[in-house]
Design a protein around this ligand. Sequence first.
Ligand code: UDP
Length: 322
Amino acid sequence: MPILKGTEEPHDPVCFKEDGSRLDGRALDEIRSFSCEVGVIKNAQGSALVRHGGNQIYAAVYGPREVHPRHMAKPDRGILRVYYRMCTFSVHERKSPAPNRRENEISKVIREALEPVLFLEAYPDSQIEIYIEVVAADGGTRCASTTAASLALADAGIPMKSLVVGVAAGKAQDKVILDLGDKEDKVGQADVPAVVVMKDKTISLLQFDGEMTAEEMELGFKYILKGAEDIYQKQLEALKSKYMQISDEVKIENVEVAKHTSAVPETKEASSEAVPATPKAPVDVPAEKQGESSEKVPETPVSEASAPETPAPEAPKQGDDN
Ligand code: UDP
């Protein structure tokens, strides 16, 4: 939304080059560079980092857990708490570290944009908290923060009806544009931040500041849906890439477990006919690795994340030998 501060130079309203392209070279309906990853904060239950244009935003999720103070708890549903904060060094002019009204308002709208996709009724007396830290701000931080929060919730394993994506349309120099950069945000004629629920393309947040005709709004919405789809694909890639990594780790663990489990039965070769239940090594265990050492006690170091999907083969029981 346009912000002109008294201490700043009046902004030059030009947002386009002479050839009609935007100052950063983007097409009217093109999003800024976007990348994201999940699981970036070790101490949180779920987390995400979003780089959207010059924005760099972390989101961390905790919960569902007990509500404090207790009287805030709701007996029939969980509550969602969102804390959006901009770091002091995130903007050109030093921002006071004290939380301000703008941050409280943005926390509230992000919460309202996320609530429709959560099953809060499944968590009576509990809360889910989302902490959002804007490390670098470049316009559209409420949208990028919502995108990050959605990813962090998914990373925390909290059931959701859909991922959501935040992206704005707007208008500058009489042209409708997608995903306003900082300057376009500040000097443009209109800013329409929106959050799209990707499953059914409904809108869970819509704000409007400035002036646009109905036709321009319609075009703006087309741009928003296009931009949201582009970002959504990156969200999915980030989540898949984490689960591919877990899957690779599980495979390695299984190979290790198989090495140990296939080693122990060497001592019972003589009675192998009587022990049909000895676990087999997975097919991807190299033959030369099987049955390496019978001395090792099999450990079953299956991580928490991997346990439900790929249970480790059981170590042979002592009694099996007889
Ligand atoms: N901004 C700033 N100082 C502030 C708050 C915001 O310089 O105290 C900048 C920041 O780059 C932000 C932009 O102004 O992204 C637009 O802020 P707005 O309130 O419109 O929210 P946003 O567009 O970031 O959701």
